[in-house]
Design a protein around this ligand. Structure first.
Ligand SMILES: Cc1cc2nc3c(=O)[nH]c(=O)nc-3n(C[C@H](O)[C@H](O)[C@H](O)COP(=O)(O)OP(=O)(O)OC[C@H]3O[C@@H](n4cnc5c(N)ncnc54)[C@H](O)[C@@H]3O)c2cc1C
Length: 267
């Protein structure tokens, strides 16, 4: 994306670009096994990124980044992607049971509560719910907060609500991850199912295909597909972050220019 943007900013060149990926653990993409994970790191490095593993950000004063391994660099843009947090609403404004991370404690059948104590008439699913992962071999594991689980849990929750209204027992949430897939920029990606690993363009196409199928309702599928097709023909739809952060600036600059030219005309 950054290289595509350069075409629209002739005052910038590729030498002005630098990307640092800082990761606290020893590997990226934990859903993949070691070898595909290492391939991704090598691929990103080949494309000019610096990958800092086993490393955290110590400070970022005035855009000057200092890493725990002593590396220092200046950055114009810092993207923080270190995990997600539960909404404080649950912890501060409800008396629902929650775990240490603030996620609402649910049973495998998505009723709020523990194995022994149920909060009557209260259900939860998705990112804000600590849903026991019955497929995991590690005890006390929760399902991963992603759309794959959230959408499936939402459907099960609706069915379980109906069951309980009809006096039947709700069913537990059990979902075995089918495979792992990720895109790594435009036209390249990685897919893994057990020992089968697919890399590059085929994996990227599989990712796009899977996601358009996973988007709920045909209306949304068609809209998303139409945007992708438009981007294919016309390139990415870009917007300057500066104009998002200070939207008045463009108007003020224009007003200054107009005032200046009006003054020149009158003199
Ligand atoms: C950048 C990004 C990329 C992602 N990519 C993937 C991916 O490729 N694959 C994948 O599986 N998952 C992905 N995820 C994760 C996925 O989006 C979430 O796991 C999923 O959306 C969780 O669904 P949810 O319904 O639990 O929560 P959400 O989708 O977050 O929905 C919660 C809703 O509640 C609303 N809300 C919040 N507070 C209140 C309130 N007080 N009153 C009323 N409404 C409220 C919010 O506005 C929101 O609409 C991604 C997430 C992000 C941020």
């Amino acid at each position: 994306m950054a290289r595509a943007l350069l075409k629209k900013y002739p005052e910038l060149s590729e030498s002005d670009l630098a990307f640092h990926l800082v990761e606290a653990s020893g590997r990226i993409l934990p859903e993949f096994t070691d070898q595909p994970g290492e391939w991704v790191v090598r691929m990103l490095e080949r494309r000019g990124a610096s990958v800092h593993l086993n490393c955290t950000m110590t400070s970022a004063d005035d855009g000057h980044v200092v890493l725990s391994d002593g590396t220092e660099f200046d950055s114009e843009l810092i993207v923080w992607t270190a995990g997600n947090a539960a909404t404080r609403l649950l912890r501060n404004h409800t008396d629902l049971p929650h775990n240490a991370r603030g996620l609402v404690q649910v049973r495998a059948d998505l009723r709020i509560g523990t194995e022994t104590e149920i909060v009557p008439g209260a259900w939860a699913a998705g990112d804000d719910a600590a849903v026991p992962d019955l497929t995991s071999s590690s005890p006390g594991a929760y399902t991963v907060p992603n759309a794959q689980n959230a959408v499936r849990q939402g459907k099960l929750l609706a069915k379980n609500l109906l069951r309980s209204l009809r006096g039947r027992e709700p069913k537990p949430y059990v979902h075995h991850s089918l495979s792992a897939i990720a895109t790594l920029g435009l036209g390249t990606g990685i897919f893994q199912y057990r020992r089968i690993v697919i890399k590059g363009l085929p994996a990227w196409l599989m990712h796009r295909g899977y996601h358009v199928l996973a988007v709920p309702t045909w209306d949304r599928k068609v809209r998303v597909l139409a945007i992708w097709l438009a981007s294919f023909f016309y390139g990415r739809d870009i917007v300057s972050l500066a104009s998002v952060q200070s939207p008045r600036e463009a108007f003020e600059a224009e007003a200054r220019t107009a005032a200046l030219s009006a003054k020149r005309t009158s003199t």
